[in-house]
Design a protein around this ligand. Structure first.
Ligand SMILES: *Cc1c(COP(=O)(O)O)cnc(C)c1O
Length: 368
């Protein structure tokens, strides 16, 4: 019984031989590989979360508010402030991480016999979300330096007519944000087919000054969806809270596919408490952005080729043997990310001390 192997089970055909998502979870001094906030959760935020969770514990005999009403209002208020767009609570949807939110979108708008398009190199989960809902995944292409050009994006959407197109801005792993003319070109092309346009703004809070969020485009564009997460800027990766803003009709579509009571009372309470302390948490975002900019400057000085970044990480090329460099850093207690681009590595911007350690270790490797 215990030695039954996966291959012995009557698994769905398309899952045979596949690998699950598996960024290494190693416990080392500096974990700079999955773009978490590396600062501890501030003590007053810890206290506020504990207090809220303590209070809902008394009512855990009851199912949670299926409509997460209080949380939706707080998310709408936060987004309206953050992006200078007027977002209402009817426009908000949330799930256990933006991973689940994205799955809801694909369950409602993609699914069997339909297609999902994204533009690699991009978030490695997109093909897996598509596979999970039996959709066909279409890999679009990018221009030189992985830049997306409005006419080119529109032409690829017109050619493939996907049911869902995912733009990632700032893009993981390249770090760059899209200008809104790319989103607008994609949207206009999408109107010619049965296509929803998703902009994944998981790293939205880290964008460079003067870069607008696609949230400012929602008004009058019912097929546009902007996803966000509390996993990165809010230092709440362990809390699992992702969300989106879109036309209210879109959230109605997602109610058709979500499992009842998908957001636990504990999750709702923790997220609400963190949102009440958004300002405290955003203070660290400024520190992280400063380290991100420092990484770009110092990696350039070392003769490497970092990409401009609107995120909390930096992709850099110019490493002859990326795996060997990755291994050297790991031996120094620094875990960064290997990516599917030859000669490139991705590093999360951590605290000042972590960034210094990383840069010193990499310098030692290059001068070895
Ligand atoms: C980290 C990340 C997410 C966040 O996923 P969660 O499920 O919210 O933790 C979403 N999109 C991209 C591109 C990411 O890098």
């Amino acid at each position: 019984m215990n030695d039954t192997r996966l291959a012995d089970l009557p698994l769905r055909e398309e899952l045979r031989g596949q690998e699950p998502y598996g960024a290494p979870q190693l416990s080392v001094r500096s974990m700079l590989n999955v773009n978490e906030t590396t600062y501890d959760v501030p003590a007053d935020v810890v206290d506020a979360i504990a207090k809220e969770v303590r209070s809902v514990a008394e009512t855990l005999n009851r199912y949670p508010d299926r409509e997460f009403t209080a949380l939706r209002q707080k998310l709408a208020d936060y987004l309206s402030k953050e992006s200078a767009a007027a977002i209402t609570s009817e426009q908000i949807w949330a799930g256990n991480g933006s991973n689940e939110v994205m799955q809801h979108i694909l369950q409602a708008f993609a699914g069997p016999g339909r297609s999902v398009m994204a533009f690699p190199p991009t978030y490695s989960m997109y093909p897996l979300y598509a596979r999970g809902v039996y959709s066909h995944y279409i890999a679009g292409t990018r221009g030189p330096d992985f830049i997306q050009d409005p006419e080119d994006v529109a032409a690829q959407i017109r050619e493939h007519r996907p049911h869902v197109v995912i733009l990632c801005s700032p893009n993981n792993p390249t770090g760059t944000a899209l200008t809104l003319d790319v989103v607008e070109a994609a949207y206009q092309a999408a109107l010619e087919s049965e296509t929803m346009v998703i902009v994944d703004e998981a790293y939205g809070e880290f964008r460079q000054p003067g870069t607008a969020s696609a949230l400012t485009m929602l008004s009058g564009r019912p097929r546009l969806v902007v996803t966000r997460t509390m996993s990165k800027a809010f230092a709440l990766a362990g809390g699992r809270l992702g969300y989106l803003a879109a036309a209210p009709a879109v959230t109605d579509a997602l109610r058709l596919v979500r499992l009842p009571y998908h957001l636990s009372a504990v999750t709702q309470a923790a997220a609400c408490a963190a949102l009440d302390h958004a300002e405290t948490l955003m203070a660290n975002v400024e520190q992280i952005k400063a380290q991100r900019d420092r990484l770009v400057t110092e990696l350039t000085d070392m003769g490497l080729s970092p990409y401009p970044s609107d995120a909390n990480f930096v992709l850099f090329g110019g490493v002859d043997n990326a795996h060997e460099a990755w291994q050297h850093l790991l031996e120094d207690g620094i875990l960064i990310r290997e990516v599917a681009i030859a000669g490139h590595l991705r590093v999360t911007a951590g605290t000042e001390g972590e960034t210094t350690d990383f840069l010193n270790s990499l310098r030692r490797y290059l001068n070895r």
